[in-house]
Design a protein around this ligand. Structure first.
Ligand code: ZN
Ligand code: ZN
Ligand code: FE
Length: 736
């Protein structure tokens, strides 16, 4: 076979997604000879024949859906004698450490699982080269079956035939399995014998709580359409109010419960299959699922197991992490039965081990595009190319911890490890650290951590006996967003609950100019929310009235009304740290409006405040900007007057949000920067974010939101890492 011979280099995320079989099929269809193989992180192809150029077009235009191509380069070679097209193994030492996140069941596999004539009919572990477990089961690279937790399952002859056939969609699908040779379900906690799936479905109909072993860890399921079982789950899980997600069988069922626009449907149905925050239709499901918000987290079946359960149950199911309160998610059968024994009535187990714990990811659509709020199953690990950088590790934040590392050519962001509030979570974070370094073969030369020395993550960084770089929390937030969008010069509006500032006060309402220059990152705070004291320190994060008291203390007309015990603390400046936190401002407003006195989870007051806001936009309360201080005294005075004269909470909330958005714009006007990054936990608030985006855009700015890296503290570690790699310095402005 002669004709033109070309060599093609394909760069991008092209491994572990059925790319080589795709090339093979196209080459065979075009009558070409040659070969394809993985090389480094790219794919290399030599193709010869009359239609070899057509192959390049097909690679560009119709590559597998989970591959993302950054470049295709072709060059001419001399033709050789050759008969067939082959898939070659990669050469030793050229395996690159790329691992694809776990992928939700693809439409082809879904069809087979529902097809009574298929050998995969009702098989809960069906997968193919386009779907199934990946990162959750890989023990080491290269990504071969023998290096996954599937190594204990010897393939039957039918599976082996499919695995070996380049024209089959299970060609080299490492986790492939069937009812004859693959993992099996079992039930614990029920003495009745029978089909585990059937019995679990019946238990759910009975209102029982069922723990199931999902893809990246255990999940707790219960009937979502009745209050009583949900309340029982909340009580046992010690989670009184925090929103619970539900799983439904498909998008039309999601539409029954919530408003689903096209980008939201796309997100729900994506291979990452995250929990998607949707605006819910009133009266469809019990309030107890998410009593503080008008949204509901909804996800579609991730695996055939979930598909079979949701189809069998035929209604929405609560689907929440298999853990107690703030503990990490369980992954091991025995551990789950022990730790979740007090919560679940029944355990639906299986015998495919989970290598790493991956909680469900959370995402939403904002300003027309997806935004990740928790990066875990289906999205982790995230890899972002960087210019030459040394090997480094970043220990992340205290809440919503993630770890990131640089292997020299890219930044890899690990999965959500949770809040480091208990020893189990700290253990999980440390395990992730060891795992990431081993897995990606990184021996860090430097470790980045938060400026706060007491975070468990900062202590973890210091234990390593390597040089550490402590990076200011809000600078890290800003850098994560700049990294993601490739920006080098921004005004970053970083608003969140708290982070230690270099001046020893608590920051959280910051306006930073951040530049990535050839000699490193340079930042300067140009403005901040007016500072106030938090009488009672840590206690203020639960008792919102203390935040309010601290703010009233700053306003001469309100100072006299500050009650005890806050008054005594403030008078003596006892246990009353100074903050500029926007998050605490929301807490204070939740107290002022009577919407939330005591918070059972972080951000509860802010959630209620946002949900209460009336849609009709009223004039915002006024914030004044002078000397780099965005002053909320007028705002508080006006809101206080409104509250005492009986203005509804929803009206006050709307004016509060609108006032903040105008305040952000006023600082942007002063900054002379076109790109304005809006990040930090407060920008999980949709109303605030959308108002600020609109105001900024109308005034000619380019507002920038976190998209693939979360705006909350899950994004701290990549920002820290960038600072440590590029170097960071603070050019003192007038506000420090
Ligand atoms: Zn599939
Ligand atoms: Zn088999
Ligand atoms: Fe933060």
């Amino acid at each position: 076979m002669k004709g033109r011979r070309i060599r093609i280099h394909v760069e991008g995320a092209v491994q572990g997604v059925g790319f080589r079989p795709f090339v093979y099929r196209q080459a065979v269809a075009l009558g070409l000879s040659g070969w394809v193989r993985n090389r480094g992180s790219s794919v290399e192809i030599e193709a010869q024949g009359l239609s070899s150029a057509e192959l390049v077009d097909r690679i560009r235009d119709s590559h597998p859906p989970h591959a993302s191509i950054t470049s295709v380069h072709a060059e001419d070679l001399a033709a050789i004698e050759e008969q067939a097209f082959r898939i070659l193994p990669s050469r030793p030492g050229e395996d690159v450490i790329t691992v694809v996140p776990d992928l939700a069941t693809c439409p082809d596999c879904r069809r087979e699982v529902m097809d009574p004539t298929s050998r995969y009919y009702r098989y809960p572990f069906t997968n193919c080269s386009q779907c199934g477990p990946r990162y959750s089961i890989v023990e080491r690279v290269p990504y071969d079956r023998s290096n996954t937790t599937m190594r204990g399952f010897a393939m039957c002859t039918d599976c082996q035939r499919e695995y070996d056939d380049p024209l089959n969609r299970r060609y080299h699908a490492q986790p492939t399995a069937c009812p004859t040779c693959g993992p099996r379900l079992s039930l614990q906690g029920n003495t009745t014998s029978g089909d585990p799936l059937q019995l679990a479905t019946e238990a759910l109909r009975d209102g029982q709580i069922v723990a199931i072993k999902g893809l990246g860890g255990f999940q707790l399921l219960v009937d979502a359409s009745r209050s009583e079982p949900v309340e029982r789950l909340r009580e046992r899980k010690r989670r009184p109010h925090k929103p619970l997600a539900v799983m439904v069988r498909d998008t039309p069922h999601a539409r029954d419960l919530c408003f689903v626009e096209t980008p939201e449907a796309r997100l729900l149905e994506s291979a990452g299959a995250p929990i998607v925050l949707l605006t819910r239709r009133q009266g469809r499901l019990p309030e107890v699922l998410a009593p503080d918000t008008d949204t509901l987290g909804v996800m579609l079946p991730v695996t055939p197991l979930h598909l079979l359960l949701t189809q069998g149950f035929a209604g929405p199911l609560v689907c929440t992490s298999g853990n107690l309160s703030d503990e990490p998610i369980c992954t091991d059968n025995e551990e789950a039965v022990e730790r979740l024994g007090g919560i679940a009535d029944l355990f639906l187990l299986h015998d495919r081990p989970i290598r790493r714990a991956l909680d469900d990811s959370v995402a939403r659509v904002i300003d027309g595009a997806p935004q990740l709020l928790r990066m875990a199953r289906g999205f982790a690990p995230l890899s972002l190319p960087v210019r030459e950088g040394r090997q480094a590790l970043a220990a992340g934040s205290h809440l919503k911890n993630t770890l990131s590392l640089c292997d020299g050519g890219r930044i890899i962001v690990g999965q959500h490890n949770g809040d480091l509030e208990n020893s189990l979570s700290v253990d999980a974070m440390q395990q992730t650290g060891t795992d990431l370094q081993e897995f990606f073969g990184v021996g860090p030369a430097v470790i980045a951590c938060d400026l706060h020395p007491d975070y468990a993550s900062s202590m973890y960084a210091r234990e390593k006996e390597l040089p550490t770089v402590a990076v200011q929390h809000h600078v890290s937030h800003a850098l994560a967003c700049m990294l993601e969008h490739g920006l080098s010069e921004v005004l970053a509006v970083v608003w969140d609950g708290s982070g230690l500032g270099p001046d020893g006060t608590i920051w959280g309402g910051e306006f930073l100019l951040v530049d990535r220059t050839p000699s490193g990152v340079v930042w300067r705070r140009i403005a901040l929310l007016k500072q106030f004291r938090l009488p009672g320190g840590d206690a203020t994060s639960k008792e919102t009235s203390r935040c309010l008291a601290g703010m009233m203390w700053e306003v001469p007309d309100l100072k006299g009304s500050v009650p005890n015990p806050a008054r005594q603390l403030l008078e003596r400046e006892l246990n009353s740290p100074v903050c500029s936190s926007a998050g605490r401002l929301f807490d204070a407003m939740a107290a002022l409006t009577g919407l939330c006195a005591v918070q059972t989870y972080e951000g509860q007051g802010a959630s209620r405040l946002e949900a209460a806001a009336v849609a009709e936009q009223s004039e915002g309360y006024h914030l004044s900007l002078a000397g780099g201080v965005l002053d909320w005294c007028d705002l508080l005075l006006a809101a206080h007057r409104d509250a005492t004269s009986g203005v509804p909470a929803g009206e006050i909330s709307a004016r509060f949000h609108a006032g903040l958005a105008s305040g952000i714009l006023s600082v942007a006007m002063d900054s002379a920067r076109k790109s304005v990054v809006l990040t930090g936990g407060c920008f999980q608030n949709r109303l605030l974010t959308e108002l600020a985006v609109r105001r900024l855009r109308e005034a000619g700015f380019d507002p920038v939101l976190a998209r693939r890296i979360p705006p909350n503290d899950g994004g701290i570690s990549p920002g820290q890492l960038l600072a440590a790699m590029e170097g960071v310095s603070n050019v003192s402005g007038h506000t420090g």
